[in-house]
Design a protein around this ligand. Structure first.
Ligand SMILES: NC(=O)c1ccc[n+]([C@@H]2O[C@H](COP(=O)([O-])OP(=O)(O)OC[C@H]3O[C@@H](n4cnc5c(N)ncnc54)[C@H](O)[C@@H]3O)[C@@H](O)[C@H]2O)c1
Length: 253
């Protein structure tokens, strides 16, 4: 007896961190996952682990992304997770550095979305999740283009939701707070600084990649059939934690 075909999910930045956790979670949920990453080796490792497919791809390369998309007969879900957040001060950031962050985080999301639109339009369960950040709501000093880029990802999410609604494609965003990944490991390595950071989070700790990944299937599944253009902040209460700052301001030491 032939097995029923699994729905196909494309996950960008799937080689490590949050993207790897999302890929694992979606495979467990019953998706055939296509793991996309600039780093082909890491994408291949994840694909082998979860029994999915992979592609080495720079999401800012529109031509390469279009060629890749043309090899996929079916796409039901897209998770635009690939993103970069290099440190830079706004006073001195080089315009090329600023542009690079906008290219990957914003244009990469748009390019990948446009490329798989034909397949998503054919799907009867099409949904997109964009991985934004709390930086879209509360700016993070020292990361120059990052906050503007994630604010743009949120805006793009809402625009896509409205413009693609007539194709029955839903588009939502998951906005993580601080997450322990390879990209934040050097920050977390300073135990004192990490303890101070955690003390400001109502949940008392930095998120794991799985804390973020576990929210994605809801937006891709039929329980969210009437949910589009929304942003969920998965941040342990961080962006609503004015009380932590007030306590710090009011404390005597
Ligand atoms: N880690 C956090 O604290 C945090 C917080 C909020 C939001 N986010 C967002 O979550 C997403 C994942 O973050 P992470 O911490 O897992 O990052 P990470 O650096 O650990 O992983 C990102 C992956 O994306 C890939 N990538 C980078 N540029 C690419 C490109 N041009 N094309 C294809 N792949 C590319 C990298 O090779 C890497 O495997 C990002 O969008 C980030 O902005 C992270």
């Amino acid at each position: 007896m032939t097995q029923p075909e699994l729905p196909v999910a494309v996950v960008t930045g799937a080689g490590r961190g949050i993207g790897a956790a999302i890929s694992r979670r979606l495979a467990r949920t019953g998706f055939d996952v296509v793991a996309v990453d600039l780093d082909g080796e890491s994408a291949s490792r994840i694909a082998d682990e979860i029994g999915g497919r992979c592609a080495a791809l720079d999401i800012t390369d529109a031509e390469a992304v279009r060629s890749f998309a043309a090899t996929l007969p079916r796409v039901d879900a897209l998770v635009n997770n690939a993103g970069i957040f290099p440190p830079a001060a706004i006073a001195t950031v080089d315009p090329d550095q600023f542009r690079k962050v906008m290219d990957v985080n914003v244009l990469g999301t748009l390019i990948m979305t446009q490329a798989v639109l034909p397949q998503l339009t054919e799907s009867n369960q099409a949904a997109i999740v964009n991985i934004a950040s709390i930086a879209a709501k509360v700016v993070t000093p020292g990361t120059a283009a990052y906050s503007p880029s994630k604010a743009a990802v949120v805006s793009l999410t809402k625009l896509l939701a409205v413009e693609l609604a007539d194709r029955d494609i839903r588009v939502n965003a998951v906005a993580p707070g601080g997450v322990a990944t390879e990209a934040t490991a050097s920050f977390s390595a300073d135990a004192d600084r990490e303890a101070r950071f955690n003390s400001l989070i109502p949940a008392g700790r930095r998120a794991t990649p799985e804390d973020i990944a576990d929210t994605v299937p809801f937006f891709l599944g039929s329980d969210a059939r009437y949910v589009t253009g929304q942003v969920v902040y998965v941040d342990g209460g961080l962006t609503e934690s004015t009380v932590s700052f007030l306590r710090a301001a009011q404390s005597s030491n």
